[in-house]
Design a protein around this ligand. Structure first.
Ligand code: DC
Length: 215
């Protein structure tokens, strides 16, 4: 069974999707980590981010492995290095690159093949797994999402003020909703869940209920 969870940055997708996968005994696939891994590797290897061909060649030449707890590039654990604000700021180079999207989408299907999976991203229910058994579109208001993002960043040791988080988030929303391919979009057959005012456990219970209805 494939369960897709798409939605904007900061809607709580990662943490909820991971817990949901655990509850269901499914694998968890965080696809944002793959876009992050591509730009991180480009920076580390001095590949110019604005050279679309070189970036796609790089994406095609590396092996990205993602499991429930880690992201690896050619066997090297990059789980922590991909989570910085600097990487988030340059992610658009990978996310807007059509060839990179094709390479990563193919890899996502390979990773999921033959498994029960909860997969999380922007285009999972629309582009990568259009035939998924259960599709969820997870949202929250911009302010609530920015508050959560700020708390996450602080927990990770990065201090940043709320207005700046909101500004960056608005820019990323704009990019995510408007890219020509793989843009953030609710699939026609997705169930929308707005998490404003809900605790994490309430969200988790709701998503589990939705998945069980689709089994
Ligand atoms: O979920 P995240 O913040 O780790 O995602 C990082 C970026 O990657 C996000 O701004 C857009 C891009 N992304 C994408 O374009 N398609 C996906 N399936 C997942 C992420």
């Amino acid at each position: 069974m494939i369960v897709t969870i798409d939605g904007p940055a900061g809607a709580g997708k990662s943490s909820v999707a991971r817990s949901l996968a655990k509850r269901l005994g499914f694998r968890f696939l965080d696809t944002g980590s793959m876009y992050r891994a591509v730009v991180l590797t480009a920076v580390r290897r001095n590949v110019p981010l604005d050279d679309a061909t070189q970036l796609a060649d790089l994406a095609a030449s590396i092996r990205i492995d993602v499991d429930d707890n880690s992201t690896r590039v050619d066997g090297v654990d990059v789980s922590k290095a991909i989570r910085t604000g600097e990487i988030t700021q340059i992610i658009v180079h990978a996310a807007d690159n059509v060839a990179v999207r094709e390479i990563l989408s193919k890899r996502q299907r390979e990773i999921a093949s033959g498994h029960d999976v909860v997969t999380e991203g922007r285009d999972q229910g629309t582009v990568v797994f259009p035939d998924a058994d259960c599709k969820i579109f997870l949202t929250a208001s911009p302010e609530e999402r920015a508050r959560r993002r700020q708390a996450d960043m602080e927990a990770g040791g990065e201090s940043i003020d709320f207005e700046e988080v909101l500004r960056r988030q608005n820019r990323r929303d704009e990019e995510d909703y408007n890219r020509p391919i793989g843009r953030l979009q609710k699939a026609n057959d997705a169930v929308e869940v707005s998490t404003d005012g809900m605790t994490r456990d309430e969200v988790l219970d709701e998503l589990e209920r939705i998945v069980l209805q689709h089994k």
